[in-house]
Design a protein around this ligand. Structure first.
Ligand SMILES: [Zn+2]
Length: 148
């Protein structure tokens, strides 16, 4: 039995498995399940914490799924998720602190600093999974790093 989730925008509460639920599961994004609420906002559901997803993030996820040929009304497998990341359009290389990025080896992360050093642009990224609190300094645009 799945737990009940409460929308931080409209206050609607139900379990995603309830009949007539306000939640539409959109697969995983940023390492968390993303549920779309009927009101257009969404919820990132982690193991202990939930956080609000903006309508923009919900639509970005829907578009990424559709671009990858996946029906957003169905739950995502790990393979589907990797497919979405692989086929996501490359972002520009003009990174800013706070940008969400993806790397083919390290996965998803957040840019924590951008520096110019000896003519090179170094981007430090804190990756979500596996790499824990390790911040890598990547030389862009050589690194296969792009915005999500
Ligand atoms: Zn809502």
């Amino acid at each position: 039995m799945a737990r009940k989730l409460t929308c931080k925008n409209c206050g609607a509460t139900s379990s995603p498995e309830d009949a007539g639920t306000n939640w539409n599961p959109l697969g995983r994004r940023y390492g968390k399940m993303l549920y779309e609420c009927d009101c257009g906002y969404g919820l990132f559901a982690g193991l202990f914490l939930t956080s609000i997803a903006t309508p923009q993030e919900v639509q970005d996820q829907r578009r990424a799924m559709q671009d990858a040929g996946i029906d957003p009304s169905k739950d995502l497998s790990t393979g589907d998720r990797e497919k979405i990341l692989k086929e996501a359009p490359p972002g520009d290389t003009d990174f800013e602190v706070g940008d969400r990025v993806t790397h083919p080896l390290y996965g998803l992360g957040t840019v924590t600093s951008v520096e110019e050093e000896a003519g090179n642009r170094l981007v430090a990224v804190l990756f979500d999974e596996g790499w824990g609190s390790v911040a890598l300094r990547l030389n862009v645009p050589d690194a296969k790093l792009r915005k999500t």
